[in-house]
Ligand binder design. Structure first.
Ligand SMILES: NC(=O)NCCC[C@H](N)C(=O)O
Length: 410
């Protein structure tokens, strides 16, 4: 039984036909963002939620029409949080680990939230809680009433949860749970850990765990690309550092994983390219799209496992040669945004490079990036366009918004 469940999840490339994916439909957490909190919450602008939901539903519709089964994280969380003991544990983790909750607020919220249904509980955990939210809570007096403003959050909202790519990644038939760089995203990977441990979809903790949200060093899913059964690309970026990458290599090399090689792609540590997948995605077994504006600033290293189990490090000549060496094929790097550096930079900012492959040579992309999509089509790629006036405001595209659970590769 457990073996069958484990086989439900398998990702051996970025492009094999996508069968199952996890998403989060944006909800009221997006309506909690205030202009003065934008940078702390990792947004550039205030989104219009109802339009964003329509756009997200359009994304989900395209996936379904291509035969992809969708699992919404909010539903999976409800499945495991029907259990009262687990709800209590989550509450303890959230309230005790919070600097924003003083004692009277904690006492009130323990009682109030413990009584809620699994659905309402999940809704509060994602949407957050401030003083204005609950009538009875407004009457509770505490120090925070004097020192904080009324919009102050006792439980922070999770506006980045719709970027499902980052808190966890399936590698082969195991999983790496991210240790998030920013405090505002840490609860997201805590949720993935909860699903991993208790949900039957994740074989209730029986899958190999290659990275954990409680590791001290950071690693986020947007930096991990499964290139083939034995090779990963890992971005060394603003969000994922060398210590996290080394830890991942160590965990993979000392487990049953088939991964033998990690290609470390070092990119500039800037907001516009916070993860590797904002500048580089795989679109077919022998095709990638890349933002050419970073090519001169990229360094590529490899870590491989030797016969004796030791690590072997090397600097690679350049990205194309390194990919060809480890994927054992000649391949094309297609410039997103085309040849004009101005268009390329503008479209990269709006996630033109962040495509989601749903089959070899078939990708979902934001329709707004007209030049990038034209270039891809001219190279024989089937591009499914989705609308993204609002989805784009959190700085992530179709790949960032999806966590593949199962792909069928040959
Ligand atoms: N893989 C990705 O690049 N994900 C996009 C994350 C955007 C989010 N606002 C963040 O800054 O973390």
């Amino acid at each position: 039984m457990i073996q069958d469940q484990i086989k439900q999840l398998q990702v051996c490339s970025e492009v094999g036909p996508l069968k199952k994916v996890m998403l989060h439909r944006p909800g009221r957490e997006l309506e909690r963002i205030l202009p003065e909190q934008l940078s702390e919450l990792l947004f550039e602008d205030i989104p219009w939620l109802s339009r964003m939901q329509k756009e997200h539903d359009g994304f989900a519709r395209e996936l379904k029409e291509s035969g992809v089964e969708i699992f919404y994280v909010e539903d999976l969380l409800q499945d495991v949080l029907h259990d009262e003991v687990r709800r209590r544990k989550v509450l303890e983790d959230v309230l005790e680990g919070s600097d924003t909750c003083d004692k009277p607020a904690k006492d009130f919220l323990y009682e109030y939230l413990q009584e809620k249904s699994a659905g309402e509980f999940v809704d509060y955990m994602i949407g957050g809680i401030n003083k204005e939210d609950i009538k009875e809570f407004k009457k509770v007096k505490s120090l925070s009433d004097f020192v904080e403003d009324p919009h102050y959050f006792y439980i922070n909202p999770l506006p980045n949860l719709y970027f499902m790519r980052d808190p966890a990644v399936v590698i082969g038939d195991g999983i790496a749970i991210g240790s998030m760089h920013s405090p505002v995203r840490k609860r997201e990977s805590g949720f993935m850990r909860l699903l991993y441990e208790h949900h039957p979809l994740f074989a209730r903790g029986e899958m190999d765990l290659y990275f954990s949200n409680d590791f001290q060093h950071t690693l986020e899913g947007g930096d991990v690309l499964v290139l083939s059964k034995d090779t990963l690309a890992v971005g060394c970026s603003q969000r994922t550092g060398v210590a996290g990458i080394e830890l991942l290599a160590d965990q993979l090399f000392s487990s049953h994983s088939d991964i033998r090689n990690l290609l470390i792609i070092q990119i500039p540590k800037v907001r516009a390219y916070m993860h590797l997948d904002t500048v580089f995605t795989m679109i077919d077994y022998d095709k990638f799209t890349i933002y050419s504006g970073i090519l001169d600033a990229v360094n590529v290293f490899s870590v491989t496992k030797t016969e004796s189990g030791a690590f072997d490090y090397a600097q690679e000549e350049n990205l194309q040669k390194a990919l060809e060496k480890y994927l054992k094929t000649s391949l094309e790097l297609i410039p997103s945004g085309g040849d004009d550096p101005v268009t390329a930079a503008r479209e990269q900012w709006n996630d033109g490079t962040n495509t989601l492959a749903i089959a070899p040579g078939k990708v979902v992309a934001y329709g707004r990036n007209e030049v990038s999509n034209r270039v891809l089509r001219s190279r024989g790629i089937n591009v499914i366009e989705i609308e993204a006036s609002e989805l784009v405001r959190g700085r992530g595209g179709p790949r960032c918004m999806s966590m593949p659970l199962h792909r069928t590769d040959q």
